[in-house]
Design a protein around this ligand. Structure first.
Ligand code: SF4
Ligand code: SF4
Length: 375
């Protein structure tokens, strides 16, 4: 195995191939505090990319309720169990990655889900950790809790799907880091399905080749954000390009959120894939659960996020979520507005930092109706 540097682990690790970073890296930031599990993203993705035969069970984008929701069933607890006990007292992920923990002769530690694991995409939806005791009231973190975790392929820097493929038909595009499968050469061995710990590659039983999220590359090539991003009702998503921490540009909203403000964190970085979907953790959930999921940056990310009212720059970056279909390459805050710029430096969007308040009359004279304002 080759040695590659994984900045999320802060160390070198083993990987089946030499690491070459793309010219720029497709990335997403999801704010879990805003997701309402409406599944609009799921449906937008499904109707765009997976409406065909053999694709019925595929959800390139899904939204599951943690801690009891999974698609496929138990995807994360299964691989975490194989990886072994996670020692949260250690500062950086000193444990083995999935590549380093691979059985002899195999490139990555993985498992192939059963067909039945794909039978219930909504399992655990809206289930919280338990019932509130009589007379209890809500505290922070919540005594009983759940949150919604939106998931797509992470277009990993070190993809386990790519590393597992015996025919080398999975590749990472040098121009944007999007991970694709060459379907003309795939023979359907499903090693990628077994290898991806996020279980974001799907085998099509009709065409008998594997398929996965394509990062909406036709949109991205045209300077537009992905379907799941632009349709998101909760405006929880931002899609753009990220660089490594040593080359971070504080004016790039993705770099700013991940590398500068450090409010957005990767999903299960200990797997070692350097995933490129970053999550703003839910502020009401106990940190030990979140740390095993998003890493040791969780407490700081939550504290920073809670102080957003005092931080115009962070507020500005967050207000750009869901504000425009265009990919924003730079942003700045000017007065009471956040301004996003396209690749050529043109102004793509300008949003107020504070959304205007409208208090409507209790009785509408024009329509002769009573109204209730929701505050
Ligand atoms: S999330 Fe899975 S399918 Fe996507 S690039 Fe990473 S290993 Fe491959
Ligand atoms: S569309 Fe947005 S708010 Fe709705 S489920 Fe998807 S990520 Fe969550």
């Amino acid at each position: 195995m080759a040695k590659v540097f994984n900045w999320q682990l802060g160390r070198e690790m083993d990987y089946p191939y030499e690491g070459t970073r793309p010219k720029r890296q497709f990335a997403m930031v999801f704010d879990t505090n805003k997701c309402i599990a409406c599944q609009t993203c799921t449906v937008a993705c499904k109707t765009t990319w997976t409406p065909g035969r053999g694709q019925e069970y595929m959800y390139w984008n899904n939204v599951e309720t943690k801690p009891y929701g999974y698609y496929p069933l138990g995807w994360d607890v299964n691989i975490l169990e194989k990886l072994g006990v996670q020692d949260q007292s250690k500062p950086v992920y000193a444990g083995k990655t999935l590549f380093e923990a691979a059985p002899p002769g195999e490139p990555v530690l993985g498992y192939l889900p059963d067909d039945a694991d794909y039978a219930n995409p909504n399992v655990g939806e809206d289930d919280s950790t338990g019932l509130m005791p009589q007379g209890a009231y809500l505290t922070m973190p919540h005594m009983q809790w759940m949150f919604y975790l939106a998931r797509i392929c992470n277009h990993c820097t070190y993809p386990a799907c790519l590393g597992s493929c015996p025919r080398q038909v999975i590749y990472k595009r040098p121009e944007d880091g999007i991970v694709l499968i060459d379907q003309t050469r795939c023979r359907g061995y499903r090693e990628c399905v077994k290898g991806c710990p996020y279980k974001k590659v799907y085998f099509n039983p009709i065409t008998r080749v594997s398929e996965k999220c394509i990062g909406c590359y036709p949109a991205v090539e045209g300077g537009r954000q992905s379907q799941c991003t632009v349709t998101c009702i909760g405006k929880i998503r931002l899609n753009g390009f990220i660089t490594t921490p040593d080359r971070a540009d504080e004016h790039n909203p993705m770099d700013y959120l991940v590398h500068v403000a450090k409010v957005a964190l990767p999903l299960y970085p200990q797997f070692g894939l350097e995933p490129n979907v970053y999550y703003i953790p839910p502020i009401h959930v106990p940190p030990p659960y979140l740390i095993q999921m998003f890493g040791h940056g969780v407490p700081q990310a939550i504290e920073t996020y809670k102080r957003v009212r005092d931080d115009k720059r962070l507020l500005g970056a967050l207000m750009l979520f869901g504000s425009t279909p265009e990919i924003l390459h730079r942003f700045r805050v000017s007065g009471d507005h956040a301004i996003g710029y396209d690749e050529k430096g043109g102004e793509a969007i300008r949003v107020p930092l504070t959304e205007p308040f409208q208090i409507r009359a209790f009785f509408d004279e024009a329509r002769k109706v009573y109204r209730h304002n929701v505050t």
